[in-house]
Design a protein around this ligand. Structure first.
Ligand code: ZN
Length: 318
């Protein structure tokens, strides 16, 4: 049974918005562009493996969770976690194409693409073993004795492991089902009731990581970002307000609710509250009453009065 379904990374779209508003010569531009690429590839791989799990029917009771952020010795995030009568199983998913070689001492994963390009990554087997340790500490803290298993799963169809490692179980995505099915030959250590109890504990303890506001997460000075309302048709930033709508000077498209996306952007990138002045500054609006109308329509939580009025994002900061 799927308990926590697949979700793409909560900060992916916000990172893309951030990049659009960052001057291309900014020292963090390349870092954020890379982070977007890695996050997208990671999400893609996790989704492929997760969809496989959704279709699968194992011969025993099991629960599946996507993206599990927990606190053991420190915070750690598992791509996919299964709870079964035989123990907890972590699937650490990697979406890395090309020829892959696990190297030892120091441990690393070396990728060689068809183009000849070579990249080095932190060893996913070491990473998995660290997660297994963290998860076991978490369950000890919760007074739940449970065996922890795991595997590194290469999700891409065109990844080829040339040299493997014995530090962890390594699977291609089409091996996941048979890997899981094999557990039925072990002795069950957990009843259906135990599994339910573990589910309740996990649901209570899983906390989504808060990346927002992104300028704080990436240590960017908010003043360095381009201001203005973005045209969702052509991507131009700097739509202007006329009566009842916003116009894009580049593609001439009009959009009466273009400001909405901009306000969400403000909350994701700058901070979780906004004043009338900050709203005018960000939307490049010179009309105080118009800004007031916009913020009032947003159903935000209002604190303070007159010039010091702050409008706060009402939802949890996700
Ligand atoms: Zn446009």
């Amino acid at each position: 049974m799927i308990v926590k379904g697949y979700e793409k990374s909560s900060h992916l779209e916000a990172m893309e918005t951030l990049l659009k508003r960052l001057p291309p010569n900014h020292p963090l531009y390349t870092k954020i562009a890379t982070e977007i690429r890695i996050t997208k590839a990671g999400d893609f791989g996790e989704e492929i493996v997760f969809r496989e799990l959704e279709k699968m029917q194992l011969p025993f009771e099991y629960l599946v969770f996507h993206k599990v952020l927990l606190h053991g010795e420190s915070a750690f995030e598992l791509d996919i976690l299964l709870i079964t009568p035989f123990g907890a199983i972590i699937l650490e998913v990697k979406n890395i194409i090309g020829e892959l070689e696990f190297q030892e001492n120091p441990s690393q994963l070396v990728q060689q693409k068809e183009t000849g390009e070579v990249n080095k990554y932190a060893c996913p087997a070491i990473q998995l073993n660290e997660y297994k340790y963290q998860l076991s500490q978490f369950f000890i803290d919760q007074n739940i004795p449970i065996q922890i298993y795991g595997a590194v799963v290469f999700a891409a169809r065109n990844s080829f492991v040339k040299v493997t490692t014995n530090k962890a179980k390594i699977l291609y995505r089409n091996e996941v089902r048979s890997f899981l099915r094999k557990f039925q030959h072990s002795n069950p250590t957990h009843t259906g009731e135990d599994i339910e109890k573990i589910k309740d504990v996990l649901l209570k303890k899983i906390t989504p990581f808060n990346y927002f506001p992104l300028t704080k997460y990436f240590s960017i000075n908010p003043n360095e970002l381009v201001r203005g309302v973005e045209c969702l048709t052509c991507g131009f930033i700097g739509m202007y307000k006329v009566t009842r709508t916003w116009i894009c000077p580049k593609c001439r498209k009009s959009d009466p609710i273009a400001y909405k996306h901009a306000i969400h952007t403000y909350f994701h990138l700058f901070k979780d509250s906004i004043t009338n002045k900050e709203c005018r500054d960000f939307l490049q609006l010179n009309n105080r009453h118009e800004a007031n109308r916009i913020l009032t329509n947003f159903h935000l939580n209002k604190t303070g009065s007159n010039k010091s009025t702050q409008y706060k994002m009402p939802l949890p900061n996700r």
